[in-house]
Design a protein around this ligand. Structure first.
Ligand SMILES: NC(=O)C1=CN([C@@H]2O[C@H](COP(=O)(O)OP(=O)(O)OC[C@H]3O[C@@H](n4cnc5c(N)ncnc54)[C@H](OP(=O)(O)O)[C@@H]3O)[C@@H](O)[C@H]2O)C=CC1
Ligand SMILES: O=C(O)C1=N[C@H](C(=O)O)C[C@H](O)C1
Length: 268
């Protein structure tokens, strides 16, 4: 790695998150945009894409091709669940540290990639949510679940989202289930008169997904106890909310030697 400068490849630069990430890299003194990977453009420069900063970094239509030609330290992936999974493997194979914001990974995929990162001796971060407030919401929910084992998760997103439930909801459920006394939520004899009415289920914990125009990224974790309820809620009202977390992840992934799942593991 060039001393102090972190060379970053951004995959998905025309997307809502990718655009912000390109700006972040461009505006951060010790980051350098090594290249971008965009499925629809090849052989141009980043400045040729609409709304992009005046930066000469090359654009490739394929990550493998990009990493064969460009020296890079970190890949920031903000694409689709399908492309993100592929890109995670390609980056690790090339010894480039992945920071994956793309959601939709299951436990087995995360474990396999952790093994690969450790074999390569490099860091990798999968962050279901880069917003610091969302990470706190997840941690607070984990704290509350020790005292309130009755809990359901309601996640609400814009209607262009491809995966459900959200990565944040899946991660919240995993954190809660680390401490919660196992419990099947709801009445033991309950039945759905309409399929899906009770949402998805992870170890008895239910997750409900809402998709509507006008929303960005929102989650409520609802706890119930005798005579009281507790609601822990986080709202991202724009994509800038995620950028301090992206910066933190890029700065940290270069010192790691394993895969870290969740920003809470690198926040002080
Ligand atoms: N971890 C976090 O904090 C956050 C994560 N996300 C996640 O990030 C991802 C992107 O979100 P968002 O920006 O809203 O989505 P968008 O749909 O706005 O952007 C996705 C971009 O990825 C591009 N893309 C798709 N396939 C490839 C590929 N193979 N190579 C390069 N680019 C590709 C798309 O271009 P085209 O379709 O033209 O190919 C598109 O420009 C999602 O998985 C979302 O869940 C979102 C917000 C926060
Ligand atoms: O697709 C999105 O927009 C988001 N995806 C992530 C998720 O699935 O949790 C993070 C955030 O909620 C926005």
């Amino acid at each position: 790695m060039a001393e102090n400068i972190i060379r970053v490849v951004v995959a998905g630069p025309r997307g809502k998150m990718g655009m912000e990430a390109v700006k972040l890299v461009n505006e951060t003194d010790h980051f350098e945009l090594a290249a971008a990977v965009d499925s629809k453009n090849d052989g141009i420069q980043i400045k040729d894409l609409e709304g992009m900063p005046d930066d000469k970094a090359p654009v490739f239509d394929d990550l493998e091709k990009c990493l064969d030609q460009v020296e890079a330290d970190v890949l920031v992936d903000l694409t689709t669940p399908e492309a993100g999974k592929k890109h995670l493997g390609i980056a690790l194979d090339h010894g480039v540290r992945p920071v994956i914001g793309t959601t939709g990974f299951n436990e087995e995929e995360i474990e396999q990639s952790r093994k690969k990162a450790e074999e390569k001796g490099i860091g990798a971060i999968i962050a279901p949510n880069f917003a610091v407030g969302a990470v706190l919401m997840m941690k607070f929910s984990q704290m509350a679940a020790k005292y309130f084992p009755d809990v359901e998760i309601l996640e609400m997103h814009h209607d262009n989202k491809l995966d459900a439930p959200s990565g944040t909801a899946a991660k919240t459920a995993a954190l809660i289930n680390e401490v919660r006394t196992p419990k099947q939520q709801g009445h033991p004899d309950e039945k759905e008169d309409m399929e899906g009415a009770r949402g998805a289920e992870v170890n008895g914990l239910h997750i409900h997904s809402v998709r509507l125009p006008g929303l960005v990224a929102h989650q409520e974790v609802l706890f119930g106890g005798a005579g009281q309820t507790l609601t822990i809620r986080h709202d991202s009202i724009n994509r800038q909310s995620f950028m301090p977390g992206v910066r933190l992840a890029v700065d940290n992934v270069v010192r790691l030697k394993t895969l870290v799942y969740g920003l809470e593991n690198i926040m002080e």
